[in-house]
Design a protein around this ligand. Structure first.
Ligand code: AMP
Ligand code: MG
Length: 362
């Protein structure tokens, strides 16, 4: 399949204004050209095709969420297991009524405070939402993204858009247009190239179908942030706190409530190990292991974030994995983040999966 690569970075007039010679008429023309490319992509979606597009979290691979045949193509292009449900993206909060019959005051407060933004809300689904979209569940995960290209695209497509991350299943999530091209060129109808993703890890997934709101996947919006808005307790899916492979056999295992959380994820091509402990010891151990492995002829990459710079770690983590893969490293040594902070916890969740839960304590 020939994939159309549509560069729409000019949609953001603010970027154009940064150029040294700024010409109002030229900027206008560039914005219009970007809008026409988004029209083209929206038509592809409305006609049952696949379009990858930027969001503020990671790039998504979209199809009409209400069109079974279109949604099946997402699973095929990504090689995604069929029981892993998709997040349905809308461009106006008021469109939520097409997907779920349930709207309580608490849900409305969540939407008012966090949308558009990186919070996905799991609710009871309406019968019209196809089973393929929800992995056979009677609930649907819904989000309104905070990216001008994504919002324009969904609006123009005129339907809710099911969109998982735009990577081959199991690979690190894509945070730059070039990552999507690497993984999906030839497998999808079009790729919209926009800005690099502002956040860099996927949305927080919050289950609102039980008695207590429960985080199924941690993200940049933390339990504390949500508690402050709803004025009540938020629980964590117990599976998030176990530090071993949730699909593994040994010992007791909690099965994650978000089906996607049980799969191997974000795996770089290189072997990866996390070094955990007091920061100076971690640095020393990384240096020691790096030297040792290099003497054995291996190419070693290091991921070590500044202490407490969790937002930056979230922003850079997946891109670092992909960069190290392109450099052809054999081994990645990564320093663990403190998990006390909610955002640190969210990044560690991805780091543990990338390393296949291999941790060395120092
Ligand atoms: P991705 O689309 O790659 O960002 O992954 C979406 C995540 O949301 C996966 O972990 C899914 O299992 C989870 N998810 C989507 N829909 C639901 C749902 N209805 N109930 C529980 N988890 C869901
Ligand atoms: Mg994903």
């Amino acid at each position: 399949m020939k994939t159309k690569i549509l560069d729409v970075r000019d949609l953001n007039k603010h970027n154009l204004e940064q150029s040294i010679v700024y010409d109002e008429a030229e900027a206008e023309a560039k914005v219009n050209a970007a809008l026409r490319k988004i029209d083209e992509a929206a038509e592809i979606l409305a006609g049952g095709g696949l379009v990858a597009f930027p969001t503020e979290t990671v790039y998504g691979l979209g199809a009409n969420a209400m069109d079974r045949t279109a949604v099946v193509k997402i699973f095929e292009a990504k090689g995604r297991p069929g029981d892993n449900p998709l997040i349905v993206h809308i461009a106006r909060a008021s469109n939520i009524g097409e997907l779920t019959p349930v709207l309580t005051p608490v849900i409305i407060r969540l939407i008012d405070n966090f949308w558009p933004g990186p919070l996905t809300i799991v609710l009871k689904k309406k019968p019209d939402v196809p089973d393929v979209t929800t992995g056979g569940l009677d609930t649907v995960a819904i989000r309104m993204p905070d990216d001008p290209v994504a919002l324009e695209l969904i609006n123009k497509a005129g339907c809710p858009i099911a969109a998982p991350s735009a990577n081959i299943s199991g690979r690190p999530s894509p945070t730059r247009g070039e990552h999507v091209v690497t993984d999906l060129e030839g497998k999808v109808d079009a790729i919209l190239i926009g800005s690099d993703c502002r956040i860099g890890i996927e949305s927080t997934v919050l289950d609102m179908t039980g008695d207590v709101p429960t985080i199924l996947r941690p993200g940049i919006i933390t339990a504390e942030n949500i508690e402050a808005v709803i004025g009540g307790k938020v629980a964590m899916d117990p599976a998030l706190n176990q530090r071993k492979d949730p699909s593994g056999e040994e010992g007791e295992n909690f099965t994650p409530k978000a089906p996607g959380m049980k799969y191997t994820h974000y795996a770089p091509k290189a072997e990866m190990t996390i070094i955990e402990g007091q920061i100076d010891r971690v640095k020393k151990e990384i240096e020691r292991l790096k030297g040792l492995n290099e003497r054995l002829g291996l190419k070693v990459g290091v991921i070590l974030f500044e202490e407490k710079e969790f937002i930056e770690a979230a922003h850079d983590f997946f891109a670092r994995l992909r960069d190290l893969d392109s450099e052809g490293v054999d081994l990645i040594l990564a320093g663990a983040l403190s998990e006390q902070d909610g955002v640190g916890f969210a990044v560690m969740n991805r780091m543990l999966k990338s390393a296949g839960y291999k941790i060395a304590k120092v």
